[in-house]
Each structure stands twice: as structure tokens, then as C-alpha cells.
Design a protein around this ligand. Sequence first.
Ligand code: 2DE
Ligand code: MG
Ligand code: MG
Ligand code: MG
Ligand code: MG
Length: 324
Amino acid sequence: KVVAQIKQPIQKEMELFEKKFSSSMISKVALFNRITHYIVNRKGKQMRPMFVFLVSKMTSDGIVNERTYRGASVIELIHTATLVHDDVVDDSNRRRGFFSINALWKNKIAVLVGDYLLSKGLLLSIDNGDFDLLKIISVAVREMSEGELLQIEKARRLDITEDIYYEIIRQKTATLIAACCAMGAKSVNASDEEVERMRLFGEHIGMAFQIKDDLFDYGNTQIGKPTGIDIKEQKMTLPLIYALNHCTNEEKKWAINSVKNHNKDKKRVKEVIAFVKKTGGLEYAVTQMKTYQEKALTLLETYPQSTYKDSLELMVNYVIDRKK
Ligand code: 2DE
Ligand code: MG
Ligand code: MG
Ligand code: MG
Ligand code: MG
């Protein structure tokens, strides 16, 4: 499998990381431990720590150090916190095919678990007085919170332009992947210029990653993820935004009215999906996603061939080709 292939040159690091990460979540409150245990057992692909280690190694001829590990743990802690909070904000009862924390323990507890994980991440980042790490992660948290709010503000009015869409996904998703790549380089004392190049590399991948996630709402998933959820939540994503700007006035009126007043009617949501497909919204989103893919790959060009660079290239392509 391609993920195993990507992990190959950082296998040792990922194993040690998992140990450090699990122990970084321990609390004296039994309820927290029960919940974090639940989270750790349902972990995702751990793409973010993989980016930290691969970038660190590519920019330093194979070196990682304590700072790299700490950076990876901090980012994964913050990422976990954001997912727990995101499911509260989105009122979502599923995460990675399992019940979300809010579905099992209710919002009150989910909010506190997210806060707790956030504080653990911030504390860990200054464990060794690493203010670079604290800065990188604090900026990401600010951007993500702002992005989520901007998304809510725009969803209410359905007046989102393509540029605002890019701003939302840059803030809510791309900044954290950018932080991973910046931190990977920073941890091995790369120059400011190189840290910035890697930050931008991560940002491009993050943009492609979220466009892909938004395309999943229109089908094409291997595991049969539910479709039309974003439309039901009036979340305007790129395929729909494009379609609304490339159709007749009557179609536009009908589509906006359908998004506003579907009352969770499955047939109506399906009609919106069909309209987006017919108008070329999916093809357009795929084209834009590939533009970000190309931009990311271009930033790797100046590096000499290495197993780390190979893995990063595979990862960029995996973000685009993945089926879940
Ligand atoms: C996922 O978006 C984006 C998540 C960012 C969440 C950030 C929050 C603010 P989606 P999916 C809640 C920061 C909070 C902290 C640091 C505790 O489109 O489909 O909802 O995965 O993604 O639900
Ligand atoms: Mg969500
Ligand atoms: Mg959300
Ligand atoms: Mg989504
Ligand atoms: Mg997602």
C-alpha cells in the first residue's frame, strides 16, 4: 500500500512518535483518559506527523531530533483538539467511521476535552523554551478558529465567492499542514528562506487536501462516505460555487433556493448534486486541485533525489488520488 511505502524512510521515527504522543495525553482525571484512549484507538493516517518527519529529514540529510518529535506531537495534539471541536461546531456525530466524541459524551465534555488537548499542546511546545514552535502553532490555532468563523458567517448568506472559499480552506485546513512542514524544517535549523519554502509547500498540499475532501461530498469515495452533507449544512464548496457562477439565472435561483430550503429532503439534495455535475463543477474543482498539486511539487524540484523527497512526492500525489 502506498501509505506504507511513504512511511518506509520514517518508520522508526513514527513508532517512537506514537509512544511519545500517547503519553503526552495522560491526565489525572480518569474520564479524560478514557476519552483520549478512545481517540488514540481510532487514529487517522497521521499525515501531519509524517510531514514533520519527512520534511525534517529531506532538509537535513536524514536528521531528526527532540525538537522534531516535540513538533510532531504538538501538531498532532492540536489537530486532535480541532477535530473534537469541529464535530461540535458541525454538529457531526461521526468521525473516521466511528462515533464522534460529542455523539458519545455530549458537547459539554467534547468542548472541555478539546480545550484540554489544546492546553497540553501549547504546554508541550514550550517544554524546552521553543518559542519558534509556540509561535508556529499559535498562528495555526488563530487561523483555524478564524477560518471556521468565516465559514459560518458565509454559510448564512450563501454569498461566497471563489476567493473567499480559498481563504476559508487556507485558514481552516492548509495552515496546519503548512505548520507541519515549517516545523519540520525549523527543527533542524533550516534557514528562514527554507522554512518559508516548506511552509508554502505544506500550504499548497493543504489546499489540495481540502478541495479533495469537498469533492468527496459529491461521491467517488471507496468506502461509500455519505454524500450531500455539506449541501445540507449550506456549506458552499468549490464545485457548487463554480456551478452557481456558470449557469443561467433561473438555474441559479432554483439552486440557491434548494440549498436554503431542502429541509433535508434527500431528493432535492440529489438534484443539487446533479446540477453541480452537469454544470462542470467537479471538473473545475479537480483542475484547481491539480494546480495546487503542481505548485507543491515544483517547490521540491531544487532538492536532490532522496528517499525522503520520494516519499513527499508520493504523499502529494496520494492527497489527490486517495479514495478516503
Ligand atoms: C475541518 O473542516 C477543519 C477543521 C478546523 C477546526 C478548527 C477549529 C478551531 P471540515 P471534516 C474547530 C480551532 C480549535 C482548536 C485549536 C481547539 O470541513 O469533513 O468540517 O473533517 O472537515 O469534518
Ligand atoms: Mg467537520
Ligand atoms: Mg467544520
Ligand atoms: Mg468535509
Ligand atoms: Mg475531512
